[in-house]
Design a protein around this ligand. Sequence first.
Ligand code: ADP
Ligand code: MG
Length: 333
Amino acid sequence: MPASISRPKAQNLPDYAVETRLLSKTYRARGRQEAKLALDSVSLTIPRGSFFGLLGPNGAGKSTLINILAGLVVKSSGHAYVWGYDTVDDERMARAAIGVVPQELNLDPFFTPREMLEVQAGLYGVPAAERRTDEILEAVGLADKAHAYARTLSGGMRRRLLVAKAMVHNPPVLVLDEPTAGVDIQLRQQLWAYVKGLNDAGTTILLTTHYLEEAEELCDRIAIIDQGKVVADEETQALLHRLDSKMLTVVVDRDLEETPPVLAAFNPELKNRRRLTFRFKPSRIKIGAILAAFDTAGLSIIDLITEEADLEDIFLRLTRHDPIAAPPSARLS
Ligand code: ADP
Ligand code: MG
């Protein structure tokens, strides 16, 4: 079992909380099943202190990567490091540096939250005097359930209990694998407030989620994997600018039967008789040119709405294998 760690002194802190180098995983054929390449030469660096999002469609390899970091899945080739420790050569130290909230909600139904945390702390060799059981239960909003059987806890409470369990040994890296799937919005926010607090206090967070808005809001850096390969790895803001795509909706003062010819060059979509939507590349088309065309057409503008591309657009484009350079709706010269 991993030893409880005292955090390394400042001068020993690794630059990267997590690093993988050409990490690959093939699940071997069982019976007639074919071998499955779940991770294909993944090289990623997760800066210490960051809130890092790992996104990808179902089956992309997210859990495989996380489980290799946690020492639960054996890699096929390449290297993985947690807090500077090789997950194979320095397995004990690597394991002690990471806490994982698994995707599945499996908990022993006959243990209470308090017992569960105590057992977990014991497994990690945390001395009784250093245990923070009550503090952790309080932090995840389960203090009043400390003595309830796990089987009586709601899905949201179980999820938070798993977060608590991952934190008993005070690891510098916390990994959450789709932690909010099936958790209602209020509990999600409670969970995020806690995790954000941990991040503010220095814990590196690695998160996988299906909720792109959540990733967009929380993560300072995002990697997208698809079919075992990294297809994007950038600061969230840079990723959002990457599409070079903007939407402009204009509401005019009278009904239009069709798009006026002077505006047709910008390929708008007539949403209803008074509402036109344009999709364009801000690097090529200035909004002013579109607005000037309204003037030329003799139309008065009542309202304007602009929207940037969001993470969902980017995600879909990168994982649907469309060429990113030429989104059809933005074809304009
Ligand atoms: P994600 O978490 O992104 O949904 P996974 O890492 O769970 O993806 O799975 C990646 C791929 O590996 C999928 O095709 C999945 O079916 C396969 N896979 C995962 N675990 C196993 C396993 N134990 N045996 C065989 N194939 C697996
Ligand atoms: Mg998964």
